[in-house]
Design a protein. Structure first.
Ligand code: SF4
Ligand code: SF4
Length: 168
């Protein structure tokens, strides 16, 4: 959250935003474009705002989806997987999710700075489901699906064009 009243327009935070969501308005104060913001907290953690105008915010569903997919240290509540959901792919040697005879693969869509809209992620998950791909049950993205057989995401996430620096 940016408390515009406090902002002194020093511009320090602007280049830190990987999504280009922060701009200085005609009022010479910083403003965040909520549509572009992926809730990664980079501005809060790194810009060192001289007047503490950037503050953490308790986000509600579905906005909170952005935060858990874009903030490295946030843990997905359903899976206890931190780090945007790649852990279960990278720890197969200890978790043994993929057994002999099975093939596991991951698709990485968007990174901090480029992001991806969930409506585009859904296009891919539905295409993969059509060719018989099974989704990892403990991947955070799988929890956003209303139908794991078709790869369809819950309607409450997609129409809002929630953006994720996503992994599946
Ligand atoms: S760093 Fe703080 S004071 Fe400077 S432009 Fe950003 S919000 Fe405003
Ligand atoms: S939370 Fe991230 S995306 Fe949003 S304004 Fe700050 S740096 Fe930009």
């Amino acid at each position: 959250m940016l408390i515009t009243d406090l902002c002194v327009g020093c511009t320090r935070c602007v280049p830190y935003c990987p999504s280009g969501a922060i701009s200085i308005g005609k009022d010479k104060k910083a403003h965040i474009d909520r549509n572009k913001c992926v809730e990664c907290s980079v501005c809060y953690n790194n810009a060192n705002c001289p007047v503490n105008a950037i503050q953490p915010e308790e986000l509600e569903w579905p906005r909170s989806v952005r935060e858990v997919f874009a903030t490295v240290y946030k843990e997905h509540k359903q899976t206890n997987v931190p780090g945007r959901g790649t852990e279960e792919m990278k720890t197969n040697d200890v978790t043994g999710r993929f057994r002999p005879g099975e093939v596991g693969f991951s698709v990485d869509m968007g990174r901090p700075g480029v992001g991806v809209d969930l409506k585009d992620v859904e296009k891919l998950t539905m295409a993969l489901a059509k060719v018989g791909v099974e989704f990892e049950p403990l991947n955070p993205l799988t929890f956003l699906m209303s139908d794991k057989k078709t790869g369809k995401l819950r309607d409450s996430t997609v129409p809002d064009l929630e953006t994720a620096s996503s992994v599946m």
